[in-house]
Design a protein. Structure first.
Length: 101
């Protein structure tokens, strides 16, 4: 078994090993930079959807504010917004428990 491992290690190119290490470092480092930018981008998209709904869609659905159906639409939208934000927050802050992460 040890001789088999030694043969495998003799056949490994040191440049390939350094390229794999560099790839691992760059991937981890890049994800540490890109991840916050993607979080901000997702929050921006969610905020844009909320703004468009309350400024454009809701007045088309119920032109008279503060009626019963208007309040139902607002409560439903707020419920969905809370659930989306709550689940997104939990997805972003949950730690991965794998050894390879």
């Amino acid at each position: 078994m040890l001789s088999n491992l030694r043969q495998r290690l003799d056949n490994v190119d040191p440049i390939q090993v350094w390229m794999m290490i560099l790839n691992l470092v760059m991937t981890k480092g890049l994800s540490m930079v890109v991840a916050p930018l993607l979080i901000i981008f997702a929050l921006g998209i969610i905020s844009l959807f909320v703004y468009v709904f309350f400024k454009m869609v809701l007045p088309l659905l119920q032109p008279i504010p503060f009626t019963l159906m208007y309040c139902v639409h607002v409560c439903t939208a707020m419920f969905l917004l809370f659930n989306v934000m709550f689940n997104y927050f939990l997805c972003v802050t949950t730690k991965h428990k794998s050894e390879s992460y």
